[in-house]
Design a protein around this ligand. Structure first.
Ligand SMILES: [Zn+2]
Ligand SMILES: [Zn+2]
Length: 415
């Protein structure tokens, strides 16, 4: 606490001193020191955001380069000061600013900073993924591969970086990975290459369009087949066990081959919907004809219909995604930084918005959700302020139906 107080007081004194010198005519963009840098460059190296905002307000030029050829945005990336990167971009610095050798912030991040940040942050501002530097003609992907920066390789591939661009020596990213003998990077590049060539195949492209239907059809078939195997007249549990194992392995392999990673997240949803379908069929064809008390069956019928209705509503209703335009995001960042409130504990670096109270960033949906409860695997959707009541009603109707069908099934088995 005492240390925080001392640090805050020191920062305040520095800001007052800087303001005083400028008021007395100090040159804002004076180059100096071993690294031939401006005061703005030094403030960025130290990660001093309030000083950066003050110097920019006083007319400092962020495009000036230091002795090593780096401009302000390069230095902020190199020293991993993401709030400063955000502020510089919000004040109009181009995310594709090149240094004297054509090195851009994204390349510098991929080459020098191991880990997902600030590469992930820069990618939010749509930098040129396939730009090359002037000397080695490397793209950001080449730089990430040569430095063994696995996180950056993953992010760049996900963003769609071109894998076929060749360096001045005629090497692709895969050639460089083989030279560095980084097995994991080689695997990532080969797997991505396989996925991309799959997308070029017309038949596979058509299949990709209908992947969700394929997934649902596979789950419906597998659940039916499980019921069929369990209902076989044979008493051999070994045979039934082997058939079930064969079914599950077959399903896992066919789903892995035919469904892309993006749509695999719908597997639990497809399984749940298939169970719901077969539960409804069981109720309609096996239990309905034997109804002795119609009054009891009416609520079950309502919960069967309600279950699908509430599932659809929970799935399609906006859970409370926090949206804002590119311009609003930049204005928001600048306003927060200048007010001294750009705190990355409350600011989402993925959505570039200040997180409201009780909102959480959910990775599967890549969005901040207001009053977020969870990302539900069963509906492949976040549950938040907009749809939690539908989700609760869906769970309630599912529970009522499941308990009733279980009761009726046990009655059938032991009567
Ligand atoms: Zn977010
Ligand atoms: Zn989600």
């Amino acid at each position: 606490m005492f240390l925080c107080f001392v640090m805050c007081s020191l920062n305040l004194v520095l800001l007052l001193l800087c303001r005083y010198y400028i008021s007395k005519g100090a040159v804002v963009d004076q180059l100096g020191g071993d690294l031939n840098s401006t005061p703005l460059h030094w403030a960025i190296r130290q990660g001093h955001l309030p000083m950066v905002t003050l110097l920019l307000k006083c007319g400092a030029d962020p495009s000036l380069t230091d002795g090593a050829g780096f401009s302000s945005i390069h230095l902020a990336v190199l020293f991993q000061h993401i709030p400063i990167v955000a502020y510089l971009i919000s004040k109009g610095q181009n995310v594709d600013t090149a240094d004297f050798s054509g090195l851009r912030p994204l390349m510098l991040s991929a080459q020098q900073v191991v880990g997902p940040e600030p590469t992930s942050f820069l990618l939010k501002f749509n930098p040129s993924l396939n730009a090359v530097d002037n000397v080695q003609k490397n793209t950001a992907l080449h730089w990430a591969v040569t430095s063994g920066n696995v996180s950056a390789v993953e992010l760049l591939l996900e963003a769609g970086a071109n894998m076929d661009i060749k360096t001045v020596k005629g090497e692709t990213a895969l050639d460089l990975a083989i030279q560095t003998q980084n097995c994991f990077v080689i695997y990532m590049l080969m797997e991505e290459g396989r996925m991309r060539s799959k997308r070029n195949n017309r038949l596979l492209r058509i299949m990709e369009k209908y992947e969700l239907f394929l997934l649902l059809a596979s789950c419906l078939t597998v659940l039916w087949a499980i019921g069929y195997v369990m209902n076989l007249s044979s008493d051999s549990w070994l045979l039934k066990g082997c058939l079930l194992l064969f079914l599950l392995v077959g399903m896992a392999l066919s789903v892995r081959q035919s469904v892309g990673v993006k749509n695999l997240r719908y597997l639990p949803t497809a399984l749940m919907l298939s169970s719901v379908f077969w539960m409804s069929v069981t109720w309609f064809f096996w239990f309905m004809p034997d109804v002795t008390n119609a009054i009891v069956e009416i609520p079950v019928m309502f919960s069967l219909v309600g279950r699908l209705y509430f599932f659809y509503k929970a799935w399609r209703t906006d859970p409370g995604y926090i949206m804002s335009s590119e311009k609003d995001k930049k204005e928001n960042i600048a306003a927060l930084a200048e007010a001294g409130c750009l705190d990355f504990r409350t600011f989402c670096t993925s959505c570039l918005v200040r997180k409201p109270l009780r909102s959480v960033h959910r990775v599967p949906c890549d969005s901040c959700v207001a009053r977020c409860d969870q990302h539900s695997l069963w509906i492949a959707q976040c549950i938040g302020v907009g749809n939690y009541h539908y989700y609760l009603l869906f769970l309630s109707s599912l529970t009522v139906t499941s308990v009733w069908l279980l009761y009726r099934s046990l009655l059938c088995m032991y009567q």
